[in-house]
Design a protein around this ligand. Structure first.
Ligand code: C5P
Length: 218
């Protein structure tokens, strides 16, 4: 009754989500995007105009948030918010509210519950270090700041968002800094993570590399 757990961590624009999704599809297992969970909670708390520093109110409100994942769609209290939370603003909000301990606890609990029952590929910032330290495989993806900004910019533009490369570069730089320097669960590779720099690699290259690692591990 052993379930497989694959942790894929890394900064914004490292290719995590695309790669994690494809690996999950190849293996026929569940893909869980932990960033999406933080985005949903950020979106909700911001809508409720809750101050990110007001941990007491956050703690009181956190149980009002019901997140359900079905067929790769993310539902917030019954509403499919999968597309709404993909914009740059939601990324910033996720980063701001993710510093809160109650928020992190909620997300971690959800991830642990799902991965108890299912084989999963989970992507995020602290999956290999904090959430699923017993993962069978831990991958840490990186890429240069410029390359990550370029990817994110292209992705947002393709989705019809009118954003400048410079703004995205700045946003990612700020998010990197906040994510790596925060007190709880900062972004960093686990000691036993395999680090892959994707700057000059295609998505397909990286997937192949991870598939090879999986094969070696048996
Ligand atoms: O991966 P994504 O860009 O969607 O994540 C949005 C934000 O959520 C990150 O910048 C980070 O602050 C937060 N996050 C986190 N821990 C995770 C996943 C995301 O703190 N495991």
């Amino acid at each position: 009754n052993h379930t497989i757990k694959i942790a894929i961590d890394g900064p914004a624009g490292s290719g995590k989500s695309t790669i994690a999704q494809k690996i999950a599809d190849l293996l026929g297992i569940f893909y869980l995007n932990s960033g999406a969970l933080y985005r949903i909670i950020g979106y909700y708390l911001d809508n409720q105009q809750i101050n990110p520093e007001d941990s007491k109110t956050i703690m009181n409100k956190i149980d009002d948030i019901e997140i359900v994942i079905k067929n790769n769609k993310y539902y917030l209290n019954g509403e499919d918010v999968s597309d709404k939370i993909k914009n740059a603003k939601s990324g910033m909000l996720a980063s701001i509210y993710s510093k809160n301990a109650a928020v992190r606890e909620k997300v971690n609990h959800l991830i642990k519950e799902i991965s108890k029952k299912n084989s999963v590929v989970v992507d995020g910032r602290d999956i290999g270090t904090e959430v699923l330290p017993n993962s069978d495989i831990k991958i840490f993806l990186t890429a240069s700041l410029e390359e990550r900004a370029r990817r994110r910019w292209k992705e947002l533009k393709e989705r019809g968002e009118n954003v400048s490369y410079q703004d995205i570069l700045k946003e990612i730089e700020e998010r990197d800094k906040a994510d790596s320097t925060r007190n709880i669960s900062p972004l960093r590779p686990a000691e036993d993570a395999i680090i892959i720099d994707t700057t000059n690699k295609t998505i397909e290259d990286v997937i192949q590399e991870i598939v090879n690692i999986l094969k070696e591990k048996g």
